[in-house]
Design a binder for this molecule. Structure first.
Ligand code: BTN
Length: 270
């Protein structure tokens, strides 16, 4: 196991991940981080675990979290943003996780709206998922009281045969490291400036860059809602980071839903 000295040597942040809580077994690192946030934990603190017994993904899906298969980490944030702007944190984090992981592998990676990092090159299991983000917050009308940014990165393809066809791992992508703490430091180094830029300059530059790495722009896509599916052309992001979908009835912005891209395996709800 990598020691904290080598982790600290890789870290170039001023506050993010400067305090690390390392756990062996946990339900969900997001829950521990939220509990610590409520106890006035320092912003930037990160909780990381070898294994999660109740790891969760977007829309209540489970996130397989066996020891050795992944990096399971959650940051306590104190964003200087209004509650209505909180969704932008997911996009900023996606950009940072993409850039961090891309610096570890020569295989091109892409972003899938709103929060997935996938393999972006056809020859390398195109569209398989490498990382996901789960941002959760407790907010009042005017302020975000608690903000937890959970990041899961596959170091290896998950053992679960039901997940394996939809996933990849750093180990399969010629990565320079698969050490969880090295991967964490790499991500934190990108995340801190990205979140600062979001607070300072808003979403527009971020959306432009996000779009440069997005998979499926200009293509015909499906957006799955609980009770219906919309089909249209993916026309990039709106200024507030939502998905622009053009159908014969016009262009509208979509705030939530599961995006299905052509030729990208679309996992069933497990
Ligand atoms: C997704 O793509 O659906 C989001 C996956 C987020 C998984 C991470 S692992 C660390 C943190 N703890 C959780 O329970 N979930 C997030």
């Amino acid at each position: 196991m990598v020691d904290l000295t080598s982790f600290a040597a890789r870290l170039s942040t001023s506050h993010l991940a400067r305090v690390v809580v390392r756990l062996r077994d946990v339900g969900s690192t997001n829950d521990v981080a939220l509990a610590l946030s409520k106890l006035e934990a320092r912003p930037g603190l990160v909780v990381t675990a070898d294994r999660q017994t109740a790891g969760r993904g977007q829309r209540g899906r489970r996130w397989a979290s066996e020891p050795g298969d992944g990096l399971y980490s959650s940051f306590v944030l104190r964003p200087n943003l209004r509650p209505t702007e909180a969704a932008a944190i997911t996009l900023a984090a996606g950009l940072a996780v993409h850039a961090g992981l891309q610096s570890l592998t020569p295989v091109p990676l892409g972003l899938k709206w709103p929060n997935d990092v996938l393999v972006g090159e056809p020859g390398h299991r195109y569209g398989r998922k490498l990382a996901g983000i789960l941002f959760e917050s407790v907010a009042g009308a005017d302020a975000i009281h608690h903000a937890i940014l959970g990041i899961g990165v596959n170091l290896r393809v998950p053992h679960d045969p039901a997940l394996a066809p939809f996933a990849t791992g750093l180990e399969s992508l010629e990565a320079t490291t698969t050490e969880p703490l090295h991967v964490l430091a790499t991500i934190a180094n990108r995340l801190e400036p990205e979140l600062e830029r979001l607070e300072r300059s808003g979403l527009s530059a971020l959306c432009r860059e996000w779009t440069e790495h997005a998979l499926g722009i200009g293509q015909s896509v499906e957006v799955h809602h609980p009770d219906h599916v919309e089909v249209g052309r993916f026309d990039g992001l709106s200024s507030d980071g939502n998905l622009r979908l053009t159908t014969p009835r016009g262009t509208r912005t979509i705030h939530s839903g599961r995006l299905s891209l052509p030729n990208v395996p679309f996992p069933p709800k497990l």
